[in-house]
Design a protein around this ligand. Structure first.
Ligand SMILES: NC(=O)CC[C@H](N)C(=O)O
Length: 225
């Protein structure tokens, strides 16, 4: 399996993600510049956290027009795993691969802490190594992490089991305390918390490694069918 980590001007969690794959799960991974127009040869796409284009206009709004975006959409349409973390989640909503929007935290502060997440759906390619309703410790670091969607979209998300993670407590005003959602097909996941910052107990939590193990295991199961 070969992962692509997309690097935008202002991305700052690309190296964390790179090492989560290279050292965390011992799998092939390459950084791909935002100006590239090809993701040929990659099996999965990771869009890292950070401040792409300085968060000007809205977080992710300018990155949504980068040359690499059509290739991310192609990978998603082919059912390949696409994971957007924090700024990556914001970019996925800006390019229409996930519904809703990430807006300013309701308390207007940047939050940077470890929070408790509830695993609401452990049946996705990103979460099969977790138990249903497992509570995990994962860091967050964002100013515009307040997930918003209208009531009709929320109803769809619930009916299609697209809500993957919820905050155990309200940290930023997100609708239904949503922390992460998938698309209907369940191969695109966007989440505000940073699993790549929770790979070893030494850094406070190793609850994030199971996400990358899940992606790898499900890919291997698929190719070995
Ligand atoms: N850690 C991140 O990716 C932050 C995302 C975005 N810059 C925000 O502050 O909301």
């Amino acid at each position: 399996m070969k992962f692509a980590v997309i690097v935008f001007p202002g991305s700052n969690c690309d190296k964390d993600l790179y090492y989560a794959i290279k050292d965390g799960i011992g799998t092939e991974v390459e950084m791909v510049n935002f100006q590239s127009e090809s993701l040929e040869g990659f099996d999965a796409v990771l869009i890292p956290g950070g401040f792409s284009y300085g968060d000007y206009l809205r977080s992710g709004a300018i990155a949504a027009h980068a040359p690499i975006i059509p290739e991310i959409k192609r990978m998603a349409s082919e059912g390949k795993p696409v994971l957007g973390i924090c700024n990556g989640f914001q970019i996925l909503t800006e390019i229409g691969l996930l519904p809703g929007a990430l807006i300013k935290n309701n308390h207007n502060r940047f939050i940077c802490e470890t929070v408790q997440l509830v695993v609401e759906n452990n049946q996705t390619i990103f979460t099969t190594e977790y138990a249903k309703d497992e509570v995990i410790d994962i860091p967050v670091a964002h100013g515009e992490g307040n997930y918003y969607c209208d009531q009709s979209t929320l109803k769809d998300l619930k009916q299609n089991n697209q809500i993957v993670f919820r905050y155990e407590e309200d940290i930023n005003g997100s609708v239904d305390q949503i922390a992460g959602i998938t698309n209907k097909e369940k191969n695109v996941l966007g989440m505000m918390p940073h699993p790549e910052r929770a790979l070893e107990k030494l850094v406070g939590s190793d609850d994030g490694i199971k996400m990358f193990q899940s992606i790898l295991k499900n890919h291997m199961d698929r190719v070995n069918l």
